[in-house]
Design a protein around this ligand. Structure first.
Ligand SMILES: O=c1ccn([C@@H]2O[C@H](COP(=O)(O)O)[C@@H](O)[C@H]2O)c(=O)[nH]1
Length: 271
């Protein structure tokens, strides 16, 4: 999916919501555990109930890898179940020496056919470039993450006063372009989101950290939205574990509708 198509979907659905499929067997409703593939059954119902409000789905690969071969199978089935016009994100946070990155890219873009993958920038250019070689696929580079520990490295300042996350943005913008490179920017980062936007005015941001982590959707839109929205805001636990019983799908629907309604207003206000 290209940038124009993604923006069109955002306009049509009046939503920039990404639903995170962080499916954990210890958290899903117990009645699903008797199913042959509880993870897929859970995801299927979450997708059915949120599809009207979401423009993207983001399975976090850790939750599937943790279950071994069965987990990979549930992931593949989930991916095939997501309608083709919906943007898919493999939250895998990969990146290694060039020939290894190339195979990670083949795994997620060819074998599994995800639209995008999250990549860690720490190993530099040759670890990221192989992911950018795939037409119509996206790298989502970690820039300013939502977790507390992001301050340990990302907020280190150079002698010239530049934060490390700003150096990452400046450098990586030379490797890709707004049509194949997005950035992870945490919703919990407040005004620093504006610093990211100033350096990469046209790139999309994947924004985790609303809902369970307490980030503000209003602040994200205020500091991060650009003239083609430029935002995919993720909520995982806040949506998928909103309900614990038979009605978990309906509760997920309710939570995603609330977020979509807020997004609709923000699109009217800032776009
Ligand atoms: O900076 C980051 C990067 C990735 N994540 C991931 O996003 C979701 C957030 O889940 P919630 O339940 O909505 O908090 C999860 O998969 C994280 O691994 C992030 O939170 N922050």
């Amino acid at each position: 999916m290209n940038r124009k198509e993604l923006f069109k979907h955002i306009q049509n659905k009046k939503s920039f919501l990404c639903v995170g499929l962080d499916t954990d067997l210890s958290k899903i409703p117990v009645h699903l555990l008797k199913e042959k593939d509880p993870v897929f059954e859970f995801n299927k119902q979450i997708i059915d109930h949120t599809i009207d409000y979401a423009v993207a789905y983001k399975p976090n690969i850790a939750f599937y890898e943790a279950l071994g071969p069965k987990g990979w199978e549930s992931l593949q089935k989930t991916l095939e179940y997501i309608p083709k016009d919906i943007f898919t994100i493999s939250d895998a946070k990969r990146g290694d020496i060039g020939n290894t990155s190339k195979l990670y890219a083949k795994a997620f873009f060819e074998a599994m056919n995800f639209d995008s993958i999250t990549v860690a920038p720490y190993m530099g250019r040759d670890s990221v470039l192989p992911f950018l070689d795939f037409e119509n696929k996206w790298v989502i580079l970690l820039a300013l993450t939502s977790n507390e520990g992001s301050e340990d490295f990302q907020l280190i300042q150079s002698n010239k006063g530049e934060f490390l996350f700003e150096s990452v943005l400046r450098k990586s913008a030379e490797w890709g372009n707004p049509d194949n490179l997005m950035y992870v920017v945490g919703a919990t980062r407040g005004e620093n989101i504006a610093k990211v936007r100033a350096l990469v005015p046209d790139n999309f941001f994947l924004v985790p950290g609303v809902g369970a982590q307490g980030g503000s959707l209003e602040e994200v839109a205020k500091y991060g939205m650009n003239d083609h929205c430029g935002l995919l805001v993720n909520s995982s636990r806040g949506i998928i574990y909103a309900g614990k019983d038979l009605d978990f799908g309906k509760q997920a629907e309710r939570e995603s509708r609330i977020l979509r309604d807020e997004m609709e207003k923000l699109l009217e206000k800032y776009l």
